[in-house]
Ligand binder design. Structure first.
Ligand SMILES: Cc1ncc(Cn2c(C)c(CCOP(=O)(O)OP(=O)(O)O)sc2=O)c(N)n1
Ligand SMILES: [Ca+2]
Length: 526
């Protein structure tokens, strides 16, 4: 490799990073020049959609995608979704194009005077090399940091005149080095945890997104069955770490202090694995945990461990720890987990369906291993009551609640998982934050089934208004958004469904199609 550009592509190739999600500006053209045949560029129409497609791809493929964005405004536009990416610890390298190195200081057009600071604190690492001689090493540092636990987005800004600069004699050493995670529980620590679990009268598991991200769902099931322990999903889930059709599945922990405390205090030992303690959302204060309950937290993220307000923690790999404990703890046969109570499905109204009707239809018509990408904020309880998730990697949602992830992320996830079907369940409010993802789905003929829940309001905000007693706000209704016309405008076949029969027919057609389809489901908010 003679130049920084060639050396960088060689570095990316060796790391298996041949997928580039991007939206180009003039600063990027020097990097994208003579784009190598073995690389695949996926164009997005808006940097939020580009970021979400890449984030979805990273989470569903296990690879590290490269995201090529324009300086300043381009990188700034991606940051709404980046707030989710850093929270879901998705391994992504964001490469933003910078103006001529010597003229950034004058802040000429499309220069980014504070490029390295711009995406902070939404990145695990962010740098602009101080010299053109440090481009390849800086790219390597970003790539390695993105892929080492805790994984996450790393950002590099490169002045466009650096790409043609020659590399030096040491560059091949940087390109060829490999790094790997090698931490594990020490034998003494494993024995300590095993004894704690064996001595517990009624242990309970709380599982988080890192269990799904490290493919440890089966180990979690094995440990839960061996202990006869109920398994809860940690609050505000962005992934699904445990099969929801398993008899030991207890449900989602409610996202507030008081309710979590009263649920967990029915046990004497709580084992939290692969989740922060905890991602509370609603304000219902109380004591974190009852006196007779001890909480043990296993995570591979030192910052998550350091900022937790209670519990004793082990910095350890999630998957290895779960499998080692599932082998080591004593088998208990004397405990059974009470069955979860599922509410009766809601009834439809003339011309509008209850969300339960929509989720039940998707559950019955979609394939068993369908992947759900959900961004429909007032229908979470309906989803988790009526949809069964059993395979690893079956659920993704915005990890920081930042809208604009779901619709385009579904496109990235379908690209990463061609052998499984993806269904995106998106609110008619959220859809607008990432709507250009429809064009990329059509452009790349990715057969995502987009289901828009058209309840014509910001349902979650009405719920919050009730909960926070902030009535009397301006109205947040969304009348008159025609998603069928919008979808057709972006090249996606679309149809409306106002009742269950129309919906089921449309879903059957959609899941049989090999192209993206949008179904506008008229629902109501109660
Ligand atoms: C980028 C961004 N902007 C605004 C919000 C605030 N917000 C907004 C605007 C919501 C309404 C979503 O409405 P929807 O139609 O997608 O779903 P529901 O009607 O089911 O609530 S939920 C929520 O937290 C957000 N989370 N993220
Ligand atoms: Ca809505």
């Amino acid at each position: 490799a003679a130049t920084n550009r060639e050396a960088t592509y060689e570095l990316l190739r060796r790391r298996g990073m041949t997928k580039v999600f991007g939206n180009p500006g003039s600063n990027e053209l020097q990097f994208l020049k003579d784009f190598p045949e073995d690389f695949h560029y996926i164009l997005g129409l808006h940097e939020g959609a580009v970021m979400a497609m890449a984030d979805g791809y990273a989470q569903a493929s296990g690879e590290i995608p490269l995201v090529s964005l324009h300086s300043a405004a381009g990188t700034g536009t991606s940051m709404g979704v980046l707030a989710n990416t850093v929270q879901s610890k998705s391994p992504v390298v964001v490469l933003s194009g910078q103006q001529l190195r010597d003229m950034v200081g004058q802040e000429i057009m499309v220069s980014s005077a504070h490029a390295a600071q711009l995406p902070q604190p939404l990145t695990k690492f962010s740098a602009e090399p101080l010299s053109a001689n440090d481009v390849v090493r800086t790219m390597a540092q970003a790539i390695h940091l993105a892929g080492l636990h805790p994984k996450g987005p790393a950002h590099v800004s490169i002045p466009h005149d650096d790409w043609d600069r020659p590399v030096d004699e040491n560059t091949d050493l940087t390109i060829s080095r490999t790094v790997q995670d090698a931490t594990s529980l020490a034998p003494g620590q494993l024995q300590e945890l095993t004894d704690l679990l064996d001595r517990a009268v009624s242990p309970v598991l709380v599982l988080g997104p890192e269990v799904d991200a490290t493919h440890a769902n089966e180990a979690a099931v094995a440990l839960s069955e061996r202990l006869g322990a109920p398994a809860w999903i940690a609050p505000s889930p962005a992934r699904c770490p445990f099969p929801t059709n398993h008899p030991n599945f207890a449900g989602l922990l409610p996202a507030n202090v008081a309710d979590i405390s009263s649920l967990l205090s029915q046990h004497d030992l709580v084992l939290v694995v692969g989740a922060p303690v905890f991602r509370y959302h609603h304000d219902k204060p109380g004591r974190y945990l009852g006196e007779g309950t001890r909480l043990i937290h296993v995570s591979q993220d030192p910052e998550e461990i350091a900022r937790a307000p209670f519990g004793d923690a082990y910095l350890a790999p999630v998957a290895d720890t779960l499998s080692a404990l599932a082998e080591a703890v004593q088998v208990r046969s004397d405990t059974t987990v009470p069955a979860r109570s599922i509410p009766a499905p809601g009834t439809d109204q003339p011309g509008r369906m209850h969300p339960d009707t929509v989720f039940r239809a998707i559950q019955e018509i979609g394939p068993d291993d369908v992947i759900h990408v959900v961004e429909s904020t007032s229908t979470a309880e309906s989803f988790w009551s009526h949809v069964e998730l059993s395979t690893q990697g079956s659920f993704y949602s915005a990890a920081a609640g930042g809208l604009g992830f779901g619709l385009p992320a579904a496109v990235g996830i379908q690209l990463a998982q061609p052998g499984r079907r993806v269904v995106a369940e998106i609110g008619d409010g959220s859809a607008n934050f990432g709507i250009t993802g429809l064009w990329s789905a059509a452009r790349h003929q990715l057969p995502v089934v987009f289901v828009i829940f058209r309840n014509e309001t910001y349902g979650a905000l009405v719920n919050f208004g009730r909960r926070l007693d902030t009535l009397g706000t301006p109205p947040f209704d969304l009348p008159g958004i025609d998603f069928v016309a919008i979808a057709k405008g972006y090249g996606v076949r679309a149809e409306s469904a106002t009742n269950e029969a129309e919906l089921r027919a449309a879903l059957t057609r959609a899941f049989n199609a090999q192209e993206p389809v949008l179904i506008e489901a008229f629902t109501y908010f109660e």
